[in-house]
Ligand binder design. Sequence first.
Ligand SMILES: C[S@@+](CC[C@H](N)C(=O)[O-])C[C@H]1O[C@@H](n2cnc3c(N)ncnc32)[C@H](O)[C@@H]1O
Length: 250
Amino acid sequence: MRIDVISVLPDMFEPVMGASMLGIARRKGVFELHVHDLRRWALPGVHRQVDDAPYGGGAGMVLRPEPVFDAVEAVTKLDDRPPYVVLLTPQGSMFSEGRAQQIAGLPRLLLICGRYEGFDERIRSLADSELSVGDYVLTGGELPAMVVIDSVVRLLPGVLGGDTSADEDSFSDGLLEYPQYTRPSSFRGMPVPEVLLSGDHPKVDAWRRQQSVLRTAARRPDLLDAAWDGLTRTERELAGGAPDRKPEGS
Ligand SMILES: C[S@@+](CC[C@H](N)C(=O)[O-])C[C@H]1O[C@@H](n2cnc3c(N)ncnc32)[C@H](O)[C@@H]1O
């Protein structure tokens, strides 16, 4: 997979994207990352201007359309594969594990990071999708872009230790993950559940599934709505709803 990013702060990426599993995946060639400084396409002049005051007045500056359009057009041409263009904005649809899975199946991704007070509205027309990483406002799209890249790359084949590690993570089947334990088997009066020490794998699987359902119902009942069709009758009862009816509030 090839990932391009357009940003006014390209130096933010390397410390994060070069570290740990992402760094290893990049060195192994699992994905390519190219971060482009938007100022390469700045307006002519000494100030390398990419932003301007908003028409109609108001606080702050917004990204001008010309540099961003030029950048997207130039970066698109760097590879034969047309990119899926994502604009990071708190006004976008909420990024999720499901969106990460969709994007991980694409050959090429181009992320546009906003800054300042945002961007000229016409820039939206460049995007195939607008994504938000949460209902809060950050100073720029760089951290959201890294959130998207991290969650997408870890789904690419060969990035996680075991081939199936991502399958059991929270959200992969619409539910939160079951509780995890490691050694010691008892710590400060808190024992590991007996079943996990039993060596009985079908029993362990059943316990984990049950815990996943219970935990989701307790912590994120809003997720049950989408996961409901994948639950058995017993699991639905466990989740607190009658078997054929979704629990209230989900
Ligand atoms: C200070 S924000 C601008 C917010 C804009 N004035 C608004 O109210 O929608 C600057 C840039 O940071 C990025 N950003 C901030 N919060 C974000 C979020 N929750 N998700 C995705 N991008 C975000 C966007 O690229 C945005 O253009």
